[in-house]
Design a protein around this ligand. Structure first.
Ligand code: CMP
Length: 144
């Protein structure tokens, strides 16, 4: 379900999302223009491993469970994001992601995602750092 809020309160909300800290007012306004806000109930499937992925999701409120293809489960919460892998390499969803609680999410489409990375290079750096961390964690889980 989409929900409405004024442009200025959306910008204020975005400034509190850690992923967007350090961005300029203009960059945050750009994100407000490109990102849609959604609420979903607990239990909603947000991504299915193997499917084609069209969006990046940023968690504003609530928690998701990521279930990897090796059946490892990872919880992600406010300020974290998922769905970036399919957008970056065009491959299928690498894991299944379910809402573990009722959630507020920001959703950014494929074209808008690339537009945003061009407009806000610090954001690209943060996404690359998170990807690198996820790879290290996955490697550590395999070798544990
Ligand atoms: P994508 O492959 O597009 O869709 C599933 C998402 O789950 C994936 O992008 C990542 O955002 C997330 N994901 C996959 N594996 C992990 C992991 N090991 N740790 C955290 N998130 C993951």
């Amino acid at each position: 379900m989409a929900f409405l809020r004024s442009k200025s309160s959306k910008v204020e909300m975005l400034k509190n999302v850690p992923l967007f800290r350090g961005l300029s007012q203009r960059q945050v306004e750009q994100i407000a223009r490109l990102a849609d806000e959604f609420e979903v109930p607990a239990g909603k499937r947000l991504a299915s491993a193997g499917d084609i992925g069209h969006e990046l999701f940023i968690i504003v409120d609530g928690q998701v469970t990521v279930t990897t293809q090796s059946r490892r489960t990872i919880k992600l919460g406010p300020g974290e994001f998922f769905g970036e892998m399919s957008l970056i390499d065009g491959g299928p969803r690498s894991a299944t992601v379910d809402a573990a609680t009722p959630m507020k999410l920001l959703v950014i489409g494929h074209r808008e995602f690339w537009e945003l990375l061009n407009e806000a290079p610090p954001l690209a750096g943060k996404i690359m750092r998170a990807l690198s961390q996820r790879l290290r964690d996955a490697e550590a889980a395999v070798t544990a």
